[in-house]
Every structure is written in C-alpha cells, then in structure tokens.
Design a protein around this ligand. Structure first.
Ligand SMILES: [Zn+2]
Length: 115
C-alpha cells in the first residue's frame, strides 16, 4: 500500500477542515481552545464541552481519547486513519501528497525495527 505524507497533508487539511467534514460547531472558545460535544463517543447533550480542540490537536475529557485531525475523523466514523485522510482529501479537493516509494519502504522498515 502506498504511504501518505501525513506531515504534508496536515498543512493542506488543518483541523478546521476535519471539523467542517464532521459538521462540528464549538459551544465555546476560550482563547483559541474550542470546546464542544464529542463526536467520538457521541455526547448526548449538544451543549457538552467534553471535546477540547487546540490547533490540530484534540482531547476528550469524557472518553479520554485524543489525537490529530485525522484521528478525530477516523474515530468518529469508525474507519482507519488512512481511510479518514483519503475521504477528507477527496471531500476538500486536495491532492494526496504520497511518499515516494523509497521513503515509504524506509518508513515501513523503520516501523518494523521498532517493534
Ligand atoms: Zn469523547
């Protein structure tokens, strides 16, 4: 499977694009930290402020999950991070920055060495 250059893709698809795709609206905004209901565990109260978003990072004070914009879409939609990234790119008309084959191979080999 080809590998996505997530570092480059994050520049093209910031958190705001993921929130747009999830149709998420903040309930509050304190100095740039957005709070609102968590789409991952499915906050029942639409005024919930369990999900905290700062930059391209999020953390849920209720379900304790966290990650970046791709993790948020993946966990909300129950798909892999790879699938979430592809879907976001297609939805926003962004061309996927693929890693060259040699880099993808090196990445897999390095991951293999870590385990
Ligand atoms: Zn949650």
């Amino acid at each position: 499977m080809p590998a996505i250059n997530f570092f480059a893709l994050k520049q093209l698809l910031p958190m705001s694009k993921a929130l747009e795709a999830l149709n998420w609206r903040p309930v509050s905004d304190y100095g740039g930290e957005l709070r609102g209901p968590c789409p991952v565990h499915g906050s029942r109260n639409h005024r919930s402020r369990s999900l905290a978003i700062s930059g391209d990072k999020w953390y849920c004070h209720s379900c304790k999950r966290y990650g970046d914009q791709f993790d948020l879409v993946a966990q909300s939609r129950h798909v892999t991070v790879f699938q979430a990234a592809l879907a976001l790119a297609v939805a926003h008309g962004v061309k996927i920055p693929w890693l060259p084959r040699s880099a993808a191979f090196r990445l897999r080999r390095n991951r293999g060495e870590e385990r």
